[in-house]
Design a protein around this ligand. Structure first.
Ligand code: SF4
Length: 209
């Protein structure tokens, strides 16, 4: 049986300051950055957001910014037409339905344009200090390789992680697993020989005899 506790304790030493690598100063800036980060690196998003937030410091300006201008500002993040449409609709949603304040719960967050379960969990956990486990491609891959979960999709991965990890550790554990996937347990070539948790890893046990 996978020793989830030992894995998380080990990863907590590898990543003693678990937090998002996106730059933001408010829930508004965070939700915009997370929407932009789909299929894009956090580094790229961090290059784009300063100019965007200078022109659109709140949902009011974001809702009003001409679409062509918004697309130009976020173009390098990829999928810029879809992301621009989502950002503008999200800003309108927040203005019209939530008085201009980014909602602080997962259910309301998920009603916003461009905000799926993963984004809602990130904003709830990182922006509001809630406990949630956002499952992206890294978390899905690493949790399955380690054997903490045995899941075929992100939804089941989230449910199984929530069962395997104490609630008060959900947010930090999300960062540990994500950062481990980003820097060590990479998709194509996991760095198993320098991995701190190889001794607990199901994939390692199956592939390194
Ligand atoms: S041993 Fe390899 S597969 Fe397992 S968690 Fe470490 S890097 Fe990933």
């Amino acid at each position: 049986m996978t020793d989830t506790k030992a894995i998380l304790e080990t990863l907590s030493k590898d990543f003693p300051d678990p937090k998002s690598e996106l730059h933001f100063n408010s829930p508004y800036e965070l939700i915009v950055a997370v929407i932009l980060s789909a299929q894009c690196t956090d580094k790229r998003v961090n290059l784009v957001t300063p100019a965007l937030f200078a022109e659109a410091p709140t949902v009011n300006e974001l809702a009003a910014i001409p679409t062509e201008r918004l697309e130009a500002l976020i173009r390098s993040c990829g999928f810029y037409r879809t992301k621009a449409a989502h950002l503008k609709q999200m800003a309108r949603d927040v203005k019209e339905r939530f008085g201009g304040n980014i909602p602080d719960n997962i259910e309301d967050l998920q009603t916003l344009a461009g905000v799926g379960r993963k984004t809602a969990n990130v904003v709830y956990a990182v922006g509001f200090g809630g406990q949630a486990i956002a499952v992206d491609t890294h978390v899905f891959r690493v949790a399955n390789r380690l054997g903490i979960v045995d899941a075929k999709n992100v939804s089941d991965t989230e449910k199984q992680l929530m069962q395997a990890i104490p609630r008060e550790q959900w947010a930090d554990s999300h960062h540990y697993i994500l950062l481990h996937g980003r820097y060590v347990c990479k998709a194509q070539r996991p760095l198993c020989d320098s991995c701190s948790v190889s001794g607990y890893c199901k994939y390692y046990g199956e592939h390194h005899v």
